[in-house]
Design a protein around this ligand. Structure first.
Ligand code: SF4
Length: 296
């Protein structure tokens, strides 16, 4: 294999977001990506893309990546409420997402300097408090990427205050969401798709919550744009974990939390909940609207 990894900078990267962006940009270059890695990840992407168009059963269980953004989503999912269908033409969006994920893995694996270790598509068990009823709750998950740094490599590239492990979740986004991702105050602004919940649960499972985590945005509308990594603090992950635990407890005991996401974010939740003339993305928006517990 060729060794076109990122060379040490004159001044170390002050945080993991800047370092990861530089690694990704370097590895995404056709002259730097390692052909063998590109080959194997493109094969993996092809398998996932094929599944998008050939697999017919949609999993509807609660999992870190679904039905945790709002306590009422969790409640409705556990109660077996119909979550509706994905839009029929969503396949191409998922297909492009798989390709960009696998290319990102190949780029980071190609460009990460010696002394860093990267694992991709890492299988993860659920935390101890996660319900064991597999008919309603997924019992295993997968994280996109976990990077660890050895002492000497870390000191050449990253500020000594930075953690030695970083959990990374890649998200492919349209241009509007990519720009929004750059401005989102993670931990405060509405997290309509539950990105934080997903990272919080996995970070606890992997025992890396103290390091925080990164949501890395890829602009699928403009593929020459840089990777946009946003760091999530461990405090924000812990606060989200507390919220998720309460949501799951209420769902398991059959207690309706009401329009929890709307209560938390008011009009800013309309985008997700389909109120105020917005179409909404929540799978349970119709049943939720039909069962009000608050005044709009
Ligand atoms: S419509 Fe909004 S408040 Fe209701 S379940 Fe969905 S996210 Fe929660």
């Amino acid at each position: 294999m060729t060794e076109n990894f990122l060379k040490p900078p004159e001044a170390v990267y002050t945080n993991w977001s800047k370092f990861l962006q530089a690694v990704w940009m370097h590895g995404m270059s056709v002259s730097n990506i390692v052909p063998e890695l590109a080959n194997s990840h493109i094969d993996a992407a092809a398998d996932s893309i094929r599944e998008v168009f050939t697999k017919r059963n949609e999993a509807r269980t609660v999992r870190p990546s679904a039905f945790l953004a709002c306590a009422r989503q969790t409640y409705y999912s556990v109660r077996g409420e119909d979550a509706g269908k994905m839009p029929d033409n969503i396949g191409s969006t998922f297909a492009v997402g798989h390709l960009l994920h696998e290319l990102s893995y190949a780029a980071v694996e190609s460009a990460l300097p010696p002394g860093f270790v990267v694992e991709t598509e890492l299988g993860v068990g659920m935390p101890r408090w996660w319900p064991t009823d597999e008919t309603k709750f997924n019992q295993r998950g997968r994280v996109d990427m976990l990077i660890s740094s050895g002492e000497s490599a870390h000191n050449k590239f990253l500020s000594p205050d930075e953690p030695h492990t970083m959990l990374v979740d890649f998200k492919t986004m349209g241009g509007f969401s990519y720009r929004k991702h750059g401005k989102t105050v993670w931990g405060e602004d509405p997290d309509a798709f539950g990105y934080l919940a997903q990272l919080a649960v996995y970070a606890e499972s992997l025992n890396v919550i103290d390091s925080g985590a990164i949501i890395a945005g890829i602009n699928r509308d403009s593929l020459t744009q840089p990777l946009l990594p946003r760091y999530i603090t461990s405090d924000a992950l812990r606060a989200e974990l507390d919220r998720v635990k309460i949501a799951i407890e209420m769902a398991v005991e059959g207690s309706d939390p009401g329009e929890e996401f709307l209560v938390r974010h008011d009009k800013d939740a309309y985008f997700q909940c389909g109120r105020g003339g917005k179409p909404g993305y929540c799978a349970f928006r119709e049943v939720c609207k039909a069962n009000p517990t608050r005044e709009d």
